[in-house]
Ligand binder design. Structure first.
Ligand SMILES: [Zn+2]
Ligand SMILES: [Zn+2]
Length: 124
């Protein structure tokens, strides 16, 4: 098993949760809070288990610690970085344009994509 792609994930991003728009926090793989093998971002909002990494996009971890598997968030992951073939993450659009901006999670990559979507991110 190679973890090379996991190491590409930058540790200082501020991805927004696909469900509730909270800023997600970085967790290295195999840490106490992160039962998966790979580094990922985790939404800390109450009851929310959404994660992001550039390899899997937005997903949740299912199963028991040590026996987890990831389940992709339905309909969320739609665009990959053409340079790295990695999933983009959502972040606050700091350009004052309506809509959201998707960015590559790979360290040092500045690829971004503007999506003019509204109302698609309502929590359950
Ligand atoms: Zn969340
Ligand atoms: Zn990229």
């Amino acid at each position: 098993m190679t973890i090379a792609s996991a190491n590409l994930l930058s540790s200082h991003l501020k991805p927004l949760c696909s469900r509730d728009n909270h800023v997600m926090k970085y967790e290295s793989g195999g840490s106490r809070a992160n039962t998966g093998d790979l580094a990922s971002y985790h939404c800390g909002y109450v009851g929310c288990s959404v994660r992001y990494n550039s390899t899997d996009g937005y997903y949740t971890l299912m199963g028991m610690p040590g026996h987890t598997y990831s389940v992709e968030e339905p309909g969320v992951n739609t665009v990959k970085c053409p340079r790295h073939n990695q999933w983009l993450y959502r972040r606050e659009n700091i350009d004052a344009e309506p809509g959201v901006r998707w960015c590559c999670g790979v360290e040092g990559c500045d690829y971004g994509y503007d999506a003019k979507t509204k109302g698609n991110w309502v929590p359950d």
